[in-house]
Design a protein around this ligand. Structure first.
Ligand SMILES: [Zn+2]
Length: 274
């Protein structure tokens, strides 16, 4: 019990540092920073130290990419996406909750299947964040994942070569970092290659599912003034017209559902491959 208390306390401290860094770099809003403190507390309390490392790596790497883009003024128009590029609490929770649930299951059962679910979830969140942060810088227009026709940069459902490469490397970073940290642990029920193959695949899978749900089910609007397709219900302070998708299914829900699916697929893969 005492150990859990100290781990939770450490989580609050680590979470505050990540939150502060992410807030200063404008990667997160104030509510987003508080969500990080909550998540870091749970990960530190219920996880082993390599799982804390992954969380730090996810926020530090995404924050650094965000900061670099700002420093060299590579940020683009925010009039398409629903909330702009600074992430709030809902975005943080939608991205990380599925992984957190898997980690708590690992704490309760000590079954490494759930540990891989956590790594896959974080790999997916990193892959998705990197692909949207870096993919939007692509010189070529992204294509719709459904029709392969060019669409507006930044609009959900688009894929680009640059974004896909970024997504792969985001997933790879998390996977390799975990293997490196976990190699210090003497006991493992599962073979090492499962710790590499499953999270790496699931991370990239997360980006694809995210784009697919973004293209099909996510709500989209057309601005009645400039005609642009957007994810914002208001454009130029005027109500936009809904043209597709389910009205409550925002980008946060898409992130949450693709995260859930990613973690679920990783459990199924481990279940059959082990
Ligand atoms: Zn407009």
């Amino acid at each position: 019990m005492t150990i859990l208390f100290y781990k939770l306390l450490l989580g609050i401290i680590v979470g505050s540092l990540i939150g502060l860094f992410s807030y200063i770099t404008h990667f997160l809003t104030k509510s987003g920073a508080f969500a990080v403190i909550f998540i870091a507390t749970i990960v530190c309390g219920f996880g082993i130290w390599p799982t804390w490392g992954l969380l730090i790596l996810f926020f530090a790497s995404s924050g650094c990419i965000h900061l670099t883009k700002k420093a060299i003024k590579m940020t683009k128009d925010e009039s398409i996406v629903e909330k702009g590029h600074t992430r709030d609490a809902w975005q943080v929770l939608a991205n990380s909750l599925p992984a957190i649930v898997s980690l708590i299951l690992f704490y309760c059962t000590e079954n490494q299947l759930f540990l891989i679910g956590y790594i896959s979830g974080i790999a997916g969140a990193t892959a998705d964040t990197w692909s949207s942060e870096i993919g939007i810088l692509s010189k070529n227009l992204p294509c719709s994942i459904l029709t392969f026709k060019p669409i507006e940069p930044g609009l959900s459902g688009g894929i680009s070569v640059l974004g896909s490469i970024a997504s792969f490397f985001g997933s790879l970073l998390i996977t390799l970092a975990f293997c490196l940290m976990y190699s210090w642990y003497p006991v493992s029920q599962l073979s090492t290659h499962l710790f590499i193959v499953v999270p790496l695949t699931c991370g990239v899978f997360n980006s694809l599912v995210d784009s697919f749900l973004g293209a099909t089910l996510q709500t989209k609007y057309r601005c009645l003034i400039c005609g642009q397709i957007t994810e914002q219900p208001l454009h130029h302070q005027k109500q936009t017209k809904k043209i597709s998708g389910i009205f409550w299914l925002t980008n946060d829900w898409v992130n949450f559902f693709s995260g859930c699916l990613t973690v679920l697929v990783s459990w199924i893969l481990i279940f059959y491959l082990q």
